[in-house]
Design a protein around this ligand. Structure first.
Ligand code: AMP
Length: 289
């Protein structure tokens, strides 16, 4: 079993010894737990590239708005520990709220103002400051050499990269491609909220990316036309309650009028009462033989 730490001071002591006395490299995978194949891929990458892998499991209250799913977010530490054992994780950090936000916490916040209010930020205005504040705190606890983030949360990845650059944080951010179920649905802890019928409709997200890619392959470069067609396709499925946004941007989240290889399509929508996000990188059309 990996070592389980609940206290900042305990994991600090453990890592200090490994890092300073023994010169070990530390890989870090921050998560909110209820681990799935996406998380597992991040962990595998870390164990390949580092001597020691630390996984944090913490459902951070400050990144949820009062109306969001903080209370019902799935949690199962025992199951997560078993997965971490399978993957040879060295240490799991699963702190309490009191440990991360002790009495007297001064509401210090980290913000990347350029990126926090677009896309996700328009619908979740306080989300990214919650994310960045906890990520920086976790970095300060673990002091990793490398930290692993999924492209599934593409805007989060870009914002974390920007924070690290702007604040000169000595960590290398390693992006990991989105892991999907065999039918294309992006792995997410929130997929457990979906009924079988809703899950079927949620597949329209991945299929709309394939549709967009096919339009691009056929020579349609106008972002508006592609987005319109994706929207029409997705809304033709039952249980899709609302699309928050479909956006096409360059890799740095600047909106695009004409689509090129390497651009991103980002989407957020509601399937029943579940909000899902996903994104797609525009690829080169396959060479026709
Ligand atoms: P979460 O537990 O949802 O906060 O996610 C923890 C980390 O796992 C984040 O860096 C996510 O981007 C990443 N992640 C979540 N789902 C996937 C996925 N399907 N593929 C790759 N990475 C993922």
């Amino acid at each position: 079993m990996p070592l389980l730490f609940k206290r900042v001071k305990d994991i600090r002591n453990y890592l200090q010894e490994l890092k300073c006395a023994k010169g070990k490299s530390i890989g870090f995978v921050p998560t909110m737990g209820y681990l799935h194949e996406g998380h597992k891929e991040l962990i595998r990458r870390s164990t390949l590239q580092n001597d020691i892998t630390v996984v944090s499991i913490y459902v951070n209250p400050t990144q949820f708005a009062p109306s969001e799913d903080y209370n019902k977010y799935p949690r199962d530490l025992e199951r997560d520990m078993a997965i971490c054992e399978e993957l040879n994780v060295d240490a799991v950090f699963a702190p309490s709220d009191k440990e991360m936000y002790p009495e007297g916490f001064g509401n210090t916040e980290v913000r990347v103002k350029d990126l926090e209010s677009i896309l996700e930020g328009e619908f979740r205005p306080t989300h990214f400051r919650g994310v960045l504040t906890i990520v920086l705190k976790l970095f300060n606890v673990v002091q990793p050499d490398r930290a692993y983030f999924g492209e599934k949360d593409y805007q989060q990845l870009k914002i974390v990269e920007k924070m690290v650059k702007d604040l000169l944080i000595p960590v290398q951010i390693i992006p990991v491609e989105t892991v999907r179920e065999p039918d294309g649905l992006a792995c997410s802890s929130r997929n457990v909220y979906l009924s079988p019928e809703e899950r079927e409709s949620a597949l329209s997200i991945y299929r709309s990316f394939l549709l967009a890619q096919e339009m691009f392959n056929q020579g349609e470069y106008k972002a508006d036309v592609i987005k319109q067609e994706m929207k029409r396709f997705i809304l033709s499925h039952p249980h899709i309650k609302k699309i928050d946004y479909i956006a096409i941007t360059d890799p740095f989240l600047n909106p695009k009028e004409f689509v090129e290889v390497g651009d991103r399509i980002l989407i957020a929508l509601w399937v029943g009462n579940t909000r899902l996000i996903d994104n797609w990188k525009i690829k080169k059309p396959e060479t026709q033989l």
